[in-house]
Design a protein around this ligand. Sequence first.
Ligand code: KG4
Ligand code: ZN
Length: 338
Amino acid sequence: EQKTYILAIESSCDDTSAAVLLNGKVLSNVVATQKIHEEYGGVVPELASRAHQQNIVPVVHTALNKANIGKKELSAIAFTSGPGLLGSLLVGTSFAKSLALALHIPLIEVNHMQAHILAHFIEDQGQDKPSFPFLAMTISGGHTQIIRADGFFDMTVIGETIDDAVGEAFDKSAKILGLPYPGGPLIDRYAREGNPGAFAFPKPKVDGLDFSFSGLKTSILYFVRKHQKEDPAFVEHHLKDICASIQYTIVNILMDKLKKASKETGIRQIAIGGGVSANSGIREALKKGEKKYGWKTYIPKFEYTTDNAAMIGITGYLKYLENDFSSQNVTAKARFKV
Ligand code: KG4
Ligand code: ZN
C-alpha cells in the first residue's frame, strides 16, 4: 500500500491544532487551546488570530515530532479554509499555502463542518463507522446543524440554528447563573444531581428542522431576576435543580428536531459531533432513541469531536484519494457551505 502522509491544520476558532495522518490513521493530533478568552467569557476574534500566530509554528513542529516524520516525507497539506472567524482562518490558510509551496506538495482545503462529520471515519476509534446515508448532528459552541450525509462529499444541511449555537446556550445560561466560562460542562455536572422537572422553561417554536436558542437565554435571565427579588441566594439554593431543568430543556429541543429529521428522512443512523456531544443528558437521550426508535448512534472519540486537526486530516486524506486539490489562489472564507 502507498504511504500517504497528510499534515492537517485547523485554526477556525480558538484552538490551534495540527495533526499528521498516515493513510487515515492519526499519528499525532496536537491542540493548543487559547486560555486568553476565559476572562472575557467568550472568544475575542482579534485575540484569537494573534494567538494562532504565536501557536502555529510550535504546534506544527510538535505534531511532526510526535509523528516522528520530517517535512520532506509529507504527501500533502490539508487546512481549514472555512467556515469560522476570518482572522483565525487566515493564519492557518496562509501557513498551509506557504508550506505547500515551499515543499512542492499539493494543498487541500477542507470545510470545517464536513470535517466534524468525517471525523467518524478516522481509523482505530474502537467503534463501527456509520454507513451512508446517515444523519449528522453537529453541536458545539459555534455550530448547531443537522446534516444528511449521502456520501463523503455529498452532504445537505437540513436544519440549523437561526441564532445562538447550542454550546452558546449552555455557556450563556451558565454565565447568568454566575458560573465561569465555558459553563456547559458545569451545567452538565450540576444537572446530574438535580431534578429536571423542578422548573419549566419555554421551548421555542421554530419551523421545520431549524433551531433557536436565544429565547431560552432570555427566559432564564428573567426567571433568575424574578426569583432573586424574593431570595437573593435563589441561584445558590437551587443551582442543581436549575441546571437540571435547563439541560432538560436544551436536550429536548435537540431531540425533538432529531426525531423529526429521522422520521422525515427514514434514516435511523445518527452520528453526533462537536464539543456538546460530551453532554450526559444528550448521551442518555440518544441511548433511549436506540431502544425506542431503533436508532444506531455514533459518537467519535472525545479528542476528535471538539475542534481538532485530525478531522481535517481525514477529510484531506479522503479528498487526496479523489485527487481533489486546491490551487494557490484558495482563500479563507468566513462562510462556507458544506
Ligand atoms: O467543539 P467545541 O470544543 O468548540 C467549539 O465551540 O467549536 O465545543 C465547545 C462547547 C462549549 O460551548 C462548551 O460549553 C460545550 O461545548 N460543552 C458542553 C459540555 N462539554 C462541552 N456543553 C454541555 N455539556 C457538556 N458536557
Ligand atoms: Zn467546530
